[in-house]
Design a binder for this molecule. Structure first.
Ligand SMILES: *Cc1c(COP(=O)(O)O)cnc(C)c1O
Length: 372
């Protein structure tokens, strides 16, 4: 797609997504479930899922039923694992569409079973075990009895089981992950002993997939690693992964502002001399948050954002870039020449994590796909 008329857009390299899935498969020798929830962390759910499946991902993971159905509507036939809540009213549709869902509550599971049975399709469930995140899941100590109970429900097929880690990305302090893994293994021994170990056992997000081989089991569930971003500053991806995302916008004005003038709403920045001030088409309405400090890349150099971020624009100091021209491409996240702004850098300067940065890039930012 031609980007020359775009003001603010994401360039998403589907070749990088495919490369990363291949890396994950080679590294783990395990079936990969590409987690594409929340619009593939802002990258575009269907496009990323298609690329991942093409590169050999055996499953797709999503958080919500509308996401799962969106994948089916797009013609994706790979098994789908719903990671979040299934309303009982959608149990028959989930069964008919071959969407595997979590079971973590007896009453809910019984409702799923009844609805599925009435529809004539079995619903595949994955017993969700809470080993220490304290989110969804039955406590590990109650897991075996729970699986036994699920087997009494005639509308369900107990296809799998999964758990999820609280601190797999804290590589320097592995105690929590090791304890969770121990609890999960105890549960698995228990179900194995009564002949009810499910076929598809999974536990690993990206960080655990890479750093805890014992957590891989039958299926790994990476999300951020598929996109080529690090789970945390500590849990970095091995070499060979490639970031798919570059966030770009355009320089849309350049002028000299005299000394002593205020820049942007609130006048929190004042010029101290004649200053070259550019305007770029990026604002908090795009997900470029109002936090400071902010930088952007222009002509391969880092420039400073000055003054408050507006909804659709912000200003940059261009004294070091006399050649900058209206229409120049600006990079907000990613590489330009030798310069780079990482999602981790944005996360830490905005008081959050890279997951939050990329997932909150707004829908109005145009998505452009390359490299597939
Ligand atoms: C989001 C999520 C994942 C993927 O996490 P990453 O850190 O992006 O790899 C895996 N499993 C569950 C249950 C999730 O909610």
């Amino acid at each position: 797609m031609e980007t020359e008329n775009f003001a603010n857009w994401l360039e998403i390299d589907l070749g990088a997504v495919q490369n990363n899935v291949r890396q994950l498969k080679a590294l783990t020798g395990t079936t990969v479930c590409a987690v594409v929830k929340a619009n593939a962390y802002g990258h575009g759910m269907v496009e990323v899922a298609r690329a991942a499946v093409k590169a050999g991902a055996g499953w797709c993971g999503v958080a919500r039923m509308d996401e799962a159905l969106g994948l089916r509507k797009a013609g994706i036939t790979a098994p789908i694992l719903l990671l979040g809540y299934l309303a009982p009213g959608l149990a028959a549709e989930a069964a008919a569409e071959n969407i595997s869902v979590p079971a973590y509550d007896r009453e809910l599971a019984a409702e799923y079973s009844a609805k599925a049975l009435a529809s004539g399709h079995k619903l595949k469930v994955h017993a969700k075990i809470d080993t220490g995140l304290s989110r969804l899941g039955v406590l590990a100590a109650e897991g075996v009895e729970f699986v036994r109970y699920l087997h009494t429900l005639p509308g369900l097929e107990v296809e799998g089981s999964f758990t999820h880690y609280a601190r797999a990305d804290a590589i320097g302090s592995p105690e929590t992950t090791l304890l969770q893994l121990k609890r999960y293994n105890q549960f698995l021994e228990g179900v194995t002993a009564i002949g009810l170990r499910p076929r598809v056992v999974s536990s690993a997000n990206s960080a655990a997939t890479i750093y805890y081989p014992d957590a891989r089991f039958d299926l790994v569930r990476p999300g951020i690693a598929v996109l080529g971003m690090n789970p945390s500053d500590e849990a970095v991806l091995p070499s060979g992964f490639r970031q798919a995302l570059t966030w770009k916008c355009r320089l849309i004005s350049v002028k000299t502002v005299p000394a002593g003038e205020g820049i942007s709403y609130g006048h929190r920045y004042k010029t101290t001399k004649n200053e070259r001030i550019g305007v770029i088409a990026a604002g908090y309405g795009d997900g470029f948050r109002r936090a400071v400090p902010h930088f952007a890349l222009l002509r391969g150099k880092r420039v400073k954002v000055v003054g408050g971020i507006c909804m659709d624009q912000c200003m940059v100091q261009l004294d070091e870039l006399p050649d900058a021209r209206i229409g120049d491409e600006v990079v907000l996240l990613g590489k330009q020449g030798e310069a780079e702004i990482t999602s981790e850098e944005l996360g830490s300067s905005w008081g959050t994590v890279n997951y939050d940065v990329i997932t909150s890039i707004e829908a109005r930012v145009q998505r452009v796909y390359i490299g597939s």
